[in-house]
Design a protein around this ligand. Structure first.
Ligand SMILES: NC(=O)c1ccc[n+]([C@@H]2O[C@H](COP(=O)([O-])OP(=O)(O)OC[C@H]3O[C@@H](n4cnc5c(N)ncnc54)[C@H](OP(=O)(O)O)[C@@H]3O)[C@@H](O)[C@H]2O)c1
Length: 238
């Protein structure tokens, strides 16, 4: 039985991915801060789910929590990092930006580094993280969210380069959703909104194919292409 950890599986994309992995006969370790939701998942799928409740922003404790969860599972072949926060910040409140940085940068890095070291040691594994199309450019609506997503994209590229340099058979997948209908994404003006279920199916397929980068849903690839070439003197007025 394959073993996976989904960090940030109490709701949204992470929850759907955990359930999809269970349906595909994985033993899955799920994490998040909302313990009651973790317990609900465990009681519905007792044979396939182990839980660990922790805050990724509490970086000093992350490695120990993940070590314990991997021990409980009896190993880890795949880790999917889905925890993240994003909030519109029209008043540019520092508390919102700090919270975003704590989770999406510090928490992300703590989980990513644990995962890389774990797979480096066992000389195999697959690390997939949910970044965002938001990481391709900046935005006045939520400057820290877009900037932290750019950090994640570049961090994953660095880790991928490291796997090649160290000649490690470890795979890194950068998943860049557009809009997905979850608790996080409730702002107005959304378009091409995918359900979390559809997003999970496309993400699992990309992981199975060991893709380095994937846009979810697939048509967001065309928006990414445009975002990458719009000159700054036009983009600054959007
Ligand atoms: N929905 C979209 O349109 C969209 C688009 C692009 C990218 N994304 C990315 O997709 C990922 C998943 O988001 P989602 O849309 O599925 O939203 P969601 O339903 O709000 O899920 C976020 C998950 O992250 C966990 N989380 C948040 N802060 C955490 C913390 N400090 N410690 C541990 N876990 C934490 C939450 O669990 P707890 O609250 O229980 O801790 C929850 O399980 C995020 O990285 C997000 O940036 C989403």
């Amino acid at each position: 039985m394959k073993k996976a950890i989904v960090v940030g599986a109490t709701s949204g994309i992470g929850r759907e991915l955990a359930l999809l992995l269970v349906r595909n006969n994985y033993l899955v370790g799920v994490t998040g801060r909302r313990e009651s939701r973790l317990k609900d998942l465990q009681s519905a799928h007792a044979a396939n789910i182990k839980i660990s409740c922790f805050d990724v922003a509490d970086t000093a404790g992350v490695a120990e929590k993940l070590d314990r969860l991997a021990d409980q599972l009896g190993g880890c072949d795949l880790l999917i990092l889905s925890s993240g926060v994003g909030e519109l910040n029209p008043e540019l409140k520092f508390e919102i930006e700090k919270d975003t940085i704590d989770v999406n940068v510090a928490g992300f890095t703590a989980v990513a580094d644990w995962t890389f070291r774990y797979f480096e040691k066992q000389r195999e594994g697959h690390f997939a993280a949910i970044t965002s199309i938001a990481g391709l450019r900046g935005s006045r609506h939520a400057p820290a969210y877009y900037a932290t997503k750019a950090y994640q994209i570049n961090y994953l590229e660095g880790l991928r380069q490291r796997t090649k340099y160290l000649k490690m058979p470890v795979h890194i997948t950068d998943i860049r959703p557009g809009f997905v209908d979850t608790e996080m994404a409730q702002e107005e003006g959304r378009f091409w909104v995918a359900t979390a279920k559809k997003a999970a199916i496309q993400i699992k397929s990309a992981i199975d194919k060991r893709k380095p980068v994937v846009y979810v849903s697939r048509r967001w690839r065309s928006i990414a292409g445009v975002l990458k070439v719009v000159p700054g003197w036009i983009y600054q007025h959007i």
